[in-house]
Design a protein around this ligand. Structure first.
Ligand SMILES: Cc1cc2nc3c(=O)[nH]c(=O)nc-3n(C[C@H](O)[C@H](O)[C@H](O)COP(=O)(O)OP(=O)(O)OC[C@H]3O[C@@H](n4cnc5c(N)ncnc54)[C@H](O)[C@@H]3O)c2cc1C
Length: 358
């Protein structure tokens, strides 16, 4: 059996590593050249970290990320709403995670291959074709090509993206004193009367990842140029604490992104014939639950275990849906609920302190 994976992100790389471990022939294809260094950072649940630990067993690479031990929800004026000891969460930069996964891969990644379409014989895909004209034949094809998956569109049709009604600005700031002071602590400041929040988590002794979640129906930057974003953030957070201002001052706005959040309803299936989608390609939730990366890792491990069982692929893919659909649907709904609470904190006053983690 030869497995062809499209997309060397978190889900694709993890699946490729498991398949290599189980001596299943695998070729992983990625549109970008070089270790994908893009992105900022995310929270990862213990379930995800256990998978990384398992992959690293017997290898010299050390695990990426830092333990997040405490979550503090505060008002910008200083009132502490909630303090919670966490046991199961890590924060890691996306580039650290992809570099770690690449370092474990034995056969490397076929780069600069932008998936274009499949070639079919008797209804089954027999080869993936890339925009540069390359072609990869295989028995099973896995779309791990992210939320805007071309593989998904080709085999399952277009999805109805729902606008998240919340936007995020995300950046990395170098402020060693604040990073040291809050090592292991996720601080989130939330306005009491409108959808506006600022969160920060140290990713090392020198750096913090920070984000602003805001309601674009109230305020919106005119464009996403660095100087526009800088002025927009300063204006949004003008009455937030001094340390928040310092984090903004230590930030590189050239590498600061504006994200439109969106999701789509649970798909009725994740596969068609011998093609299946995993990770964000299969299910996309709003970022409030912090579940996306952990779910990508769990998908990869679950599918690898099922492929290893040697059952026919139809059974493997049905079983994969049975094992994963209910859990990702729960995160999808939880993300939407947290979004509603976030946008209307006055109506949901009693629930405003819901912990935004799965
Ligand atoms: C550059 C980048 C930066 C990100 N930064 C953050 C962040 O800071 N915080 C956060 O929470 N989440 C971030 N994410 C999303 C996060 O990685 C995913 O939500 C989550 O980890 C699920 O992983 P995934 O493997 O399903 O998807 P992804 O990690 O999105 O991986 C999809 C992969 O498929 C590749 N790909 C896409 N289309 C094609 C194609 N047509 N042909 C070949 N390859 C293709 C992409 O280049 C990418 O490597 C980022 C994703 C990317 C791609």
């Amino acid at each position: 059996m030869k497995v062809v994976i499209i997309g060397a992100g978190i889900a694709g790389l993890t699946l490729a590593l498991y398949l290599e471990k189980y001596d299943i022939e695998v070729v992983i294809n990625e549109r970008v050249a070089g270790t994908p260094g893009g992105g900022h950072a995310f929270l990862m649940h213990h379930d995800g970290l256990c998978i990384l630990e398992e992959l690293a067993t017997g290898e010299s690479s050390s695990l990426p990320g830092k333990l997040v031990e405490k979550f503090c929800l505060l008002r910008p004026e200083g009132e502490v709403l909630q303090q919670l000891q966490l046991e199961a969460w890590h924060c890691m930069k996306r580039s650290e995670l992809t570099t770690f996964l690449y370092s474990l891969l034995k056969n490397g990644v076929q780069e600069q291959r932008v998936f274009s379409h499949f070639v079919y014989e008797r209804g089954k895909a027999v080869a993936a074709v890339f925009e540069n004209g390359d072609r990869e034949e295989g028995d099973i094809f896995i779309g791990a090509d992210g939320g805007y998956s071309r593989v998904r569109t080709e085999v399952l049709g277009p999805v109805d993206f729902k606008a998240g009604r919340v936007k995020e600005v995300v950046g990395i700031s170098r402020q060693a004193d604040i990073a040291l002071k809050y090592a292991g602590i996720f601080n989130k400041f939330q306005k009491s009367y409108r959808g506006l929040a600022f969160g920060m988590i140290p990713t090392s002794e020198e750096e913090l990842v920070w984000f602003i979640q805001y309601d674009p129906s109230v305020a919106e930057p005119t464009d996403s140029k660095p100087e526009t974003l800088k002025a927009f953030c300063a204006d949004l957070l003008h009455d937030f604490p001094q340390e928040v201002q310092q984090v903004l001052q230590g930030n590189d706005f050239e590498k600061t992104y504006l994200w439109n959040t969106r999701d789509f309803d649970l798909l009725p299936k994740f596969h068609h014939q011998n093609v299946i989608v995993i990770g964000d390609a299969a299910h996309l939730a709003l970022p409030f639950t912090s579940a996306g990366t952990t779910n990508a890792l769990v998908d990869a491990k679950t599918l690898a275990e099922l492929l290893r069982s040697g059952q026919p692929y139809e059974q493997v893919f049905d079983e994969f849906y049975k094992q994963r659909a209910a859990s990702v649907a729960k995160h999808l709904e939880f993300g939407r609920k947290l979004r509603d609470v976030f946008l209307d904190p006055v109506t949901y006053a009693g629930q405003a302190a819901t912990i935004p983690l799965i």
